[in-house]
Design a protein around this ligand. Sequence first.
Ligand code: ADP
Length: 248
Amino acid sequence: LRTTPALLYLDAVSVSFDGFKALNGLSLTIAPGEMRAIIGPNGAGKTTMMDVITGKTRPDEGEVLFDGSHDLTALDEASIAVLGIGRKFQKPTVFDSHTVEDNLRLALAGDRRARTAVAWRETAAARERMSSILETIRLTAARSRLAGNLSHGQKQWLEIGMLLAQDPKLLLVDEPVAGMTDAETHQTAELLRTINVEKTVVVVEHDMTFVRALGVKVTVLHEGRVLAEGSIDQVSENERVVEVYLGR
Ligand code: ADP
């Protein structure tokens, strides 16, 4: 049995589509409590990497370990979600005709820990949890509004809140600030930093201003593997990274 002190450990992961290697020996280590930004030009393999971590795509080669010794390559999507990996897709899937609070209620009722108890009820603890999530996602004042009436940015935050309701150990976030205003982008960086106090976070993002504002370690993917790692300043001064971005 292989074990790792990392929360997430990818070793030499490869994925081929009709002979084309979308991932080509990708190795990546995410420590517990870390927040990491993943960047890279179109086609670098970022989406495929997320698909491998969440069990949507099975790698042809390599190892993916989570939280000690769980081999994710042997598990399906549902089992991986139960282990504690939540993924936020770019497009929000909140219920427009429900209020913010009712959307969160639905997500909280699906909490795997609550399900082992009787059912989610409006207990003091549940209300406390609701308030805490609303606070984190900056929607306390909007709690009674219909989700359909929220701004694009607020919908994205609600979606993040619904993932938090599942209490994941690792939160994967796909291009959270795409389409957001500058103010929302700035607030999203703060929101993710708040979440990162309790949770490990991996963010895939194109927006460099946002990645800079996050202020975390950056991994640059290119051609299905890691091209560079370091602070945003370190990777943006890296000659190979400059070449890849200018050569697009
Ligand atoms: P990124 O998210 O960084 O833009 P992707 O992981 O989406 O990169 O894609 C990596 C490469 O793999 C791209 O060249 C893409 O065309 C290819 N690819 C991704 N998924 C498939 C698929 N299901 N079938 C064929 N090719 C794919």
